[in-house]
Design a protein around this ligand. Sequence first.
Ligand code: GLY
Length: 371
Amino acid sequence: MAFEDLTLDLGPRSYTIRIGSDLIDGAGAMMAPVMTGKRAFIITDDHVAPLYLGRLAASLDEAGIAHQSLVLPAGEGTKDFAHLQQVLGAMLDARCERSTMVVALGGGVIGDLAGFAAAICLRGLDFVQIPTTLLAQVDSSVGGKTGINTPQGKNLVGAFHQPRLVLADIAVLDTLEPRQVLAGYAEIVKYGCIDDPDFFVWLEENGVRLAAGDGKARAHAVATSCRAKARIVAADEREGGVRALLNLGHTFGHALEAETGFSDEILHGEAVAIGMVMAFGLSARLGLCPPADAARLIRHMENVGLPTRLPGNRRWDAGRLLHHMAGDKKVKDGKVTFVLTRGIGRSFLTRDVPAAALSDFLTDFIRENTG
Ligand code: GLY
């Protein structure tokens, strides 16, 4: 069981991000050192449970950790108040104690929901992330953002609650659908675009292999992404500044997701891919970024099979996208914080995008890049 360990350095709340193959079979032994008790409560979904719950349970048995589990329906709809209530009820019925370790076994939905339940049950339980999607391994399982969706928007209710350990088992990615792999890949490209141009070059050379299933390439990309995220979160845990760079492509992307009802029409990672193309496009339009860099990003996305254009099955409207952006969590004093770029690996934050330039850009983008 070869693995690589990274550390997210947050003083006494620091934790290890372990990346390797078949980690689930050793999860119990890996969790034991960070546990204050001998009990775990596993939260997972009905896609993941048949594949991995048995192996996780066996590893906990082997380590002498008693466990109970709750299996929820798979899908974004599970990240709501009703399921949070169900999770908390199940945890309390199971008589979870302060020393019970909550285990999130699943993708971003399970990680966010289980992490939030851990944050508020008995005023805070420790939890472990075992992310089973590429997107969760490179983004949502690291950094302590937890929460649920409400009718008012995505992730508007939640807490910063750091896990005690993240186990990113690369082997579980083999059972993911290719579309889900690519959605996670978009977040990997993001790290290259933020501040790591060498990693972007590596992705240009290895992205297709990675998407096709190459384990070594996947492990390298997950480790590089987690290292970047750990560095940024360690510098700015609560997103007072630099952590907002991780939202590259997300302000545009969230607007696309909101417009399509957060449905499977555009997966989050796909929205981030198109959103990054838009961020580069707007940056080029404003004279901040060489158009050649925007074109290079599009070329790479197309090479690996990520979408770079808006789906042609609906009418897109600049005003509606602007309306969604105005509802973004990161609005401050009525102004949206944008992540723009001076080129591949040179992203920066700004609140000074002129409203007319943004509106014109969206109108033109919709006209030129739909279908
Ligand atoms: N997904 C962005 C962040 O964790 O800050």
